[in-house]
Ligand binder design. Structure first.
Ligand SMILES: O=P(O)(O)OC[C@H]1O[C@H](OP(=O)(O)OP(=O)(O)O)[C@H](O)[C@@H]1O
Length: 277
C-alpha cells in the first residue's frame, strides 16, 4: 500500500492508497492522523519529498504512527535526497550534511529506502537498506521526446560515473566526456574541457542529476558551441533552477522530473516520476 505524504507528487500509480490527514500544529510541529482501515500486515511504502526539516519531521511522525498501528514492513521512496551534494567536508567547520539526513532516516529502521538518481555513491553508502533508482528511463523518455539522434554529454567527473550505464541502457548512444574545474580557494567554476575535437552540427544532450543555478550548464554549452555543436538539450533528474529559465536560454530544450518540485507554466518539459517508476 502507498502512503503519499505529498498527494501532488504520487509517483506510484494504481496502488491502494492509505488515507490520512496531515496538518501543522500552531507551534509549528507536523502532525498526521492515519485512517486505521487497512491491514497492518501489508507492506506500506511512504513517498515524500524531503525538501525541508518540516518534511522530515512529518516523515518521522508518520513512521512512528505506522509502527504504533503495528505495521511491520515500511519502505520509503525519496525522489531527491536532501543535501546529497554536501557529501564531503571541503572546509573545516562545515557539516557533512548528507550524513545528518542519512542518520535520521537510518534511525527509523525502515525495511527499504529507495532514492531516485542519488548525487553520488556517498548517499547509498550511508543509508541502510537502500536502492538507487537510476535515471535511465527518464533519459530514454527525453530522447523519445527530442525525436532525433543526440550525443550524451557528461559535464563532469560525477556525471561520468553514471553516463556509460545510461548509454548502455539506450543501446550504445555515443558519449562525449567533459570536465569542469573550480577555483581551489573560492570553489567557483573556472572552466570546462570537452574531450572531442569537433562536434560539427551534432545535437547534444547534457545529462546530469541536478540543475541548481545552471552555471555548470551555461558554461558547458558555450564550450560545446565553440566545438560547432548543433542543438543543445539539457536533462536533469532534479530541477531546482534557482535562477529561473532565462539564464538557460542557450538550450533548445530543457527536461526534468517532479522529484524536487512541481513546475507550472515554466519553460521546462517535466516528465513526472509517476510515469517512470
Ligand atoms: O546548476 P549548477 O549550480 O551549476 O549546479 C549543478 C551541478 O552541481 C552538482 O554538481 P557539483 O558541482 O556539486 O558536483 P561535485 O559533487 O562533483 O562537486 C550537479 O551534479 C551539477 O553538476
Amino acid at each position: 500500500m502507498i502512503l503519499n505524504l505529498d498527494p501532488k507528487f504520487a509517483p506510484f500509480q494504481n496502488q491502494e492508497e492509505i488515507k490520512f490527514q496531515s496538518f501543522t500544529f500552531s507551534g509549528g510541529e507536523p502532525h498526521i492522523k492515519i485512517a486505521p482501515d487497512f491491514d497492518p500486515n501489508r507492506k506500506v511504502t511512504i513517498t515524500h519529498r524531503l525538501n525541508s526539516f518540516n518534511d522530515l519531521g512529518l516523515l518521522c511522525v508518520t513512521v512512528d504512527a505506522l509502527r504504533r498501528m503495528d505495521v511491520k514492513i515500511i519502505e520509503l521512496f525519496i525522489p531527491y535526497f536532501p543535501a546529497a551534494r554536501q557529501d564531503r567536508v571541503m572546509i573545516p567547520g562545515e557539516p557533512l550534511s548528507v550524513k545528518v539526513y542519512a542518520d535520521i532516516i537510518n534511525a527509523m529502521q525502515l525495511n527499504k529506502v529507495y532514492v531516485f538518481d542519488a548525487h553520488s555513491e556517498v548517499t547509498p553508502a550511508l543509508l541502510n537498506n537502500s536502492t538507487v533508482i537510476p535515471n535511465y528511463t527518464f533519459i530514454k523518455e527525453v530522447i523519445n521526446r527530442i525525436g532525433s539522434d543526440v550525443k550524451l554529454i557528461s559535464p563532469d567527473g560525477g556525471a561520468l560515473k553514471k553516463i556509460y550505464k545510461v548509454s548502455e541502457f539506450l543501446g550504445g548512444v555515443e558519449v562525449v566526456e567533459c570536465s569542469k574545474s573550480r577555483d581551489v580557494k573560492t570553489g567557483k567554476l573556472s572552466g570546462f574541457k570537452v574531450y572531442n575535437d569537433d562536434l560539427e552540427g551534432m545535437d547534444c544532450l547534457i545529462v546530469d542529476d541536478i540543475c541548481d543555478g545552471g552555471g555548470t550548464f551555461v558554461g558547458l554549452a558555450e564550450e560545446l558551441k565553440k566545438k560547432n555543436a548543433g542543438k543543445l538539450y539539457l536533462a536533469v533528474s532534479h530541477g531546482i533552477f534557482n535562477k529561473g529559465f532565462e539564464v538557460l536560454n542557450c538550450f533548445d530544450g530543457i527536461f526534468t522530473t517532479n522529484s524536487f518540485k512541481d513546475f507550472e507554466g515554466e519553460n521546462a518539459q517535466v516528465i513526472g516520476l509517476n510515469t517512470l517508476v
